[in-house]
Design a binder for this molecule. Structure first.
Ligand SMILES: [Zn+2]
Length: 120
């Protein structure tokens, strides 16, 4: 299950960027996931919850921003959303194109809760 290893990587990214004493205050992890990144957001959320449920990061939730698949055509100079995975320009039919977005799989932000908010 691909999403499980992605979820594991997200936990590792949190561990690398957030001091251990703050792990229980991680409230949200913002992700950018492209349309051709090969990750199903629902599966990823499920996997992440499963991994973190019994851990100090049990309060963390994922906030996923979906990035559309877009290409830029060098022939007609159009930049547009395209059928997922198709690199041929839908305006002029040219294959002289670049993928502009859609392959992202990035952690863009880790939100730490206000310490006062979670203290019992
Ligand atoms: Zn074109």
């Amino acid at each position: 299950m691909h999403e499980l290893s992605v979820a594991q990587s997200i936990v590792e990214i949190i561990q690398q960027h957030v001091p251990r004493s703050e792990w229980e205050r991680v409230a949200a992890v913002r992700l950018k996931i492209g349309a051709i990144a090969g990750v199903v957001p629902e599966s990823l959320e499920f996997s992440f919850q499963a991994i973190t449920a019994e851990s100090t990061m049990s309060h963390a939730r994922l906030e996923i921003e979906s990035i559309p698949f877009r290409i830029h055509c060098h022939t007609c100079l159009t930049t547009a959303e395209n059928e997922i995975g198709v690199a041929q320009c839908s305006s002029c039919g040219s294959t002289d194109t670049n993928i502009i977005s859609g392959s992202e799989l990035d952690v863009s932000e880790i939100e730490i809760a206000d310490p006062e908010a979670v203290r019992p």
